[in-house]
Design a protein around this ligand. Structure first.
Ligand code: FAD
Ligand code: MLT
Ligand code: ZN
Length: 465
């Protein structure tokens, strides 16, 4: 029998009894990939990483953590962009931190074809879920570039949005049920998959966007959509960004087949071409903006898409109907995140405004950043149809949040959100009091205190500072 590793007050020994020695990881080398986030901006020290295999083991880990006064950071694919999936750099009282990895929670994937539902462990990646659905002629109605790593549980916890939200909504809308473990080990589940059910509060809705602060999601039921027979993608070069906004809020928005309408600008396009070695996009050299558009329907939507794009402001369009061709067009948009990160760690601002206010936001953004962070480089792209822009600011030191403050205050002035789809994590906590009223924050505090009175789950995340 192996000897339990030593640790504060027998904490590690007790945890080992729950998950077994193979699934309690300690030591800097083994922990490195769990304790630093995808961006490289956020990191902290964990006493151990626990890899439970089911809800009972998750409950055991939480019970032991509570008994020993440790904090638990739930972690899925660790693709989150706001620092909520890794230990805090500093935690009040020097409490030990544990990472609870959900990546082994992948058992029992079930597909109900006639009800168009998929149920799977929360550690299942989006790509795995999509592959399982595809065999039944269905798809999850949610997609993002981190699909191979992002987990269903993490996507519930952040209320992920992604590339198809214009048609199918964010993760909250895709959710048909959850199983989750509360901080005291209580396992609550509602996985009925019913289209209509008004018996009180909706557990899944409560946990959507809770960022690991209310419970650990252990199982997820997803609504699926029928895979359309035809799918066509277009990369559209436009004279200027205001034309992109007008097309998206006008003719494109009226297409029932519209599945994605993504914005890219010159700064990001040239960076992606340079770092990913892509050929110049259509309209290179003259375009002021690009739209990556996808339409999908049982009747071929190519002609209706072409009609919507028949506009003098469109300079050039590349169209693809086959999977490989669509992939080539999407690469210009999907590779933005990695291309930006090659320049250094960006200030990442994921904001949204009503589509009708996009023009004002895009027009004022560069000046507002320049005033507070002279010389900063800005790379903007995003989900234009939902008014969701990803503003990446490079140049100012990470501890200098003047540019962040300028962008977020501008967005708030325009009635927008300081986090459209990535969550608050630790990155946006300084602006929470500006984004939510004292009464709303008090509701959040009371719900959190009721479900996790000991503050075990993800302290520091989603807490106003
Ligand atoms: P993690 O990063 O591990 O965790 C994120 C948060 O959820 C943390 O607070 C964590 O504590 C909590 N959490 C994780 N699992 C659980 C669980 N089972 N129970 C309770 N809490 C949990 N996001 C979008 O919305 N749209 C995009 O288009 C998009 N594109 C991306 C592209 C790239 C290249 C990258 C790197 C990221 C992108 N993201 C996008 C961000 C990220 O993929 C999403 O936030 C995703 O939902 C995180 O899933 P995850 O499993 O990696 O969660
Ligand atoms: C995206 O839409 O590509 C993402 O949300 C990631 C990012 O903001 O970099
Ligand atoms: Zn996004």
């Amino acid at each position: 029998m192996s000897t339990p590793p030593s640790g504060p007050s027998g904490l590690l020994g007790d945890l080992q009894e729950v998950v077994g020695p193979a699934h309690l990881l300690t030591g800097e080398d083994l922990l490195a990939s769990y304790t630093t986030d995808w961006t490289g901006r956020y990191s902290g020290t964990a006493l151990a990483v626990l890899r439970p295999v089911d809800a009972a083991e998750v409950a055991g880990v939480l019970e032991v953590a509570a008994r020993h006064g440790a904090a638990v950071v739930p972690q899925g694919g660790n693709t989150g962009l706001v620092g909520g999936s890794v230990p805090r750099a500093r935690l009040a009282g020097g409490r030990p931190q544990l990472v609870l990895s959900t990546r082994r929670l992948t058992g029992g994937l079930e597909l109900d074809r006639s009800s168009r539902l998929l149920e799977a462990g929360a550690g299942t990646t989006l790509a795995e879920a999509a592959r399982a659905a595809r065999h039944a002629g269905l798809h999850p109605g949610i997609d993002l570039a981190a699909r191979e790593s992002a987990t269903l549980g993490g996507m519930v916890a952040t209320n992920a949005g992604g590339l198809q939200a214009v048609r199918y909504g964010p993760m909250r809308a895709r959710l048909a049920g959850v199983e989750a473990v509360l901080a005291d080990g209580t396992v609550a589940a509602r996985l009925s998959g019913l289209a209509k059910d008004s018996v009180g509060w909706d557990l899944g809705a409560l946990l959507s966007g809770s960022e690991g602060t209310l419970a650990v999601v252990t199982r997820v039921a997803l609504r699926l959509e029928a895979t359309p027979v035809h799918r066509v993608a277009a990369l559209v070069a436009l004279d200027e960004v205001s034309s992109a906004v007008e097309l998206v809020t006008g003719p494109l928005r009226r297409l029932a087949s519209l599945e994605a309408a993504e914005l890219t600008l010159e700064a990001g396009m040239s960076l992606v071409c340079e770092t990913a070695g892509l050929a110049p996009p259509p309209g290179a050299g003259g375009a002021g903006a690009w739209l990556t558009v996808e339409a999908a329907a049982d009747d071929d939507p190519t002609d209706e898409l072409a009609r919507a794009l028949a506009d003098p402001r469109v300079l050039e369009t590349a169209v693809a109907g086959d999977a490989a061709g669509r992939g080539r067009l999407w690469a210009y948009r999907e590779r933005h995140t990695e291309a930006v990160s090659r320049l250094g760690i960006p200030h990442k601002l994921d904001v949204s405004v009503r589509p009708g206010r996009l023009a004002a936001l895009l027009a004022r953004l560069p000046d507002e950043v320049e005033k507070r962070a002279p010389g900063a480089r800005i790379v903007v792209f995003g989900h234009l149809a939902e008014g969701n822009l990803h503003v990446n600011v490079l140049g100012p030191p990470l501890e200098d949040d003047a540019a962040d403050d300028a962008v977020l205050r501008l967005v708030l002035e325009l009635g927008g959100s300081i986090s459209a789809e990535h969550g608050v994590g630790v990155a946006k906590t300084p602006w929470l009091r500006l984004a939510r009223s004292a009464a709303e924050l008090e509701v959040m505090r009371r719900v959190r205190a009721a479900l996790d009175p000991g503050g075990v789950l993800n302290p520091g995340v989603l807490e106003p500072t």
